[in-house]
Write a protein that binds this ligand. Sequence first.
Ligand code: HEC
Ligand code: HEC
Ligand code: HEC
Ligand code: HEC
Length: 458
Amino acid sequence: MEIHFKTVISSKIKVYLIGSLAMATFTALAASDASNQQQFPNQYQSWQATSEQVEREDMLANYPASIILWAGSSFAKEYHSPRGHQFAVADVAHTLRTGVAPEPGEKGLSASCWTCKTPDAPRLIEELGFEGYSAKNFTDLGKEIQSVVYCSDCHESGNKKLALPRPHAQDAMAKIQLPFDKQDTNMQGAQVCGQCHVTYYFRPEKSNVVNIPWIFGSTADDIEKYYDTRRFFEWIHPISRTPILKARHPDFEHWSRSKHAEVGVTCITCHMPTQKDAKGVEFTSHKVDKALPHFDSTCSSCHSSKTKIEAKLAANKLTIETKAREVEGLLVKAHYEAKAAWDAGAKWEQMNAPIMGIRHGQWRWDFAMSSHGLYAHNPTEGKQLLDKAFEQASDARKQLAGILKQLNVTQVSYPDISTKQKAQQAIGIVEADLVKEKQKFIEEEINKNWHPVAKFGY
Ligand code: HEC
Ligand code: HEC
Ligand code: HEC
Ligand code: HEC
């Protein structure tokens, strides 16, 4: 009884504490925001102007095959290309991927999903402890989020010195021999982007703490070795029973091995060009945006012909896109061929090799696919990743063909995945139902109880 009583009291105190902390930080934030706006008007206004970057693409509609590859995970529900930083909090709040509040007693999605959207994440990590924060539910912490990709995500408070407020990013940079404190401003610039524009996973054994898996290094091979050694998987694929690995926007990783990185050209050079205000004062544009439109102010110092560079980029993009579509086609077939083998009574001893082939091929495809600027950042690595994925998926299919033959399976049926709707139907997702459920949550929770930043653009 006594223990029970204590728990009730302490959890009440905790709720009270979090509530009052939120009020205190809100006031402090508003004050420092006004000061940032006054002291650094050029940087502040250009930071706000990322709100102009409203366009985004529905990647599942563009590439319906990915719905099959991500079956069993929320990625098959909704997946868009990125847009301006001002939308980061609202987009993660509104996506079908983050769903609705969990039923009482259910754990739901980890608050770790907030980590790369807002400086409130490092603040909450400090207040609650890393595991305390990650163990919270995504929707429970929604009310706490009051700002979006902000000055304090990249700078020390109130000044221009660069900072890396996320502890897991500090650790990761040290693991690849680039400790943040020891780098020059140029590399630190890339590293502030690399807090969020990197691949990561949540550690299930540590309350879903977010981790950047660079123990052995940051290539697809290194990270795969780490995951394989730990027998880690994100989910078991419901069609083929493959223990799946998921990559997420490894922009920093690809860039770090590029020719541009070799000559000191960073994310900042290309995505945050130097501009002049009305009085002719130079400043770094904080409207982090597409790079190519700024060719004349950024690229032209090294590349003389815009037409040539555009042609080169277009050719790289076409090669990578073509290879990616081929690999997707093979992987979709492999998942269904594995299902046919299981259905006909295949055993793990037979299936181990092709299932690992699917796992490794899909990992490399994803490591390329989830990086939106790969064709510009490191086309050579992109082609290598997809060539290897092609080989691994083809080998898996050859092995599966052998197993199917042994089991006397002569026909495998593949679904129609010509559109997003058809591919979702094939794996039992009814988008309209998910939208309806989400809409209710948005109206009753987000619109009523969350900060306006979570509604931005909606
Ligand atoms: C996503 C990361 C990021 C965010 C968010 C960010 N900055 Fe910066 N900021 C940088 C980088 C990178 C530089 C360039 C550093 C260098 O090369 O010296 C910079 C430079 C600056 C400078 C130095 C002068 C200049 O223009 O180069 C000031 C002042 C500054 N930022 C203020 C702000 C303010 C105020 C905010 C919030 C409204 C903000 N920054 C948000 C990354 C960021
Ligand atoms: C705190 C995490 C965080 C940091 C730090 C960060 N980003 Fe982002 N960035 C995001 C998120 C999240 C999105 C997607 C937002 C959306 O689609 O709602 C994004 C989107 C982008 C886009 C797409 C813009 C568009 O309109 O298509 C570019 C380019 C980009 N970031 C580059 C950078 C660069 C360069 C840096 C470093 C100066 C940086 N980011 C720092 C989280 C971050
Ligand atoms: C040599 C210049 C260059 C460098 C260096 C560079 N990028 Fe890019 N990036 C591009 C180009 C070009 C594209 C393709 C679209 C565009 O921006 O025109 C792109 C695309 C992107 C996109 C996808 C935008 C979208 O809406 O699809 C993101 C995100 C991004 N870059 C982030 C980064 C980050 C983070 C870094 C550093 C780790 C970085 N970039 C380094 C030139 C560069
Ligand atoms: C400080 C110099 C510098 C700047 C600035 C620069 N680049 Fe480069 N770029 C290079 C170098 C060096 C190479 C490698 C040249 C080679 O291997 O032939 C390169 C190569 C490239 C390639 C060919 C890559 C490949 O392997 O196919 C493209 C495309 C490219 N740059 C685009 C851009 C764009 C777009 C910008 C501006 C947003 C930009 N670069 C800014 C130095 C620069």
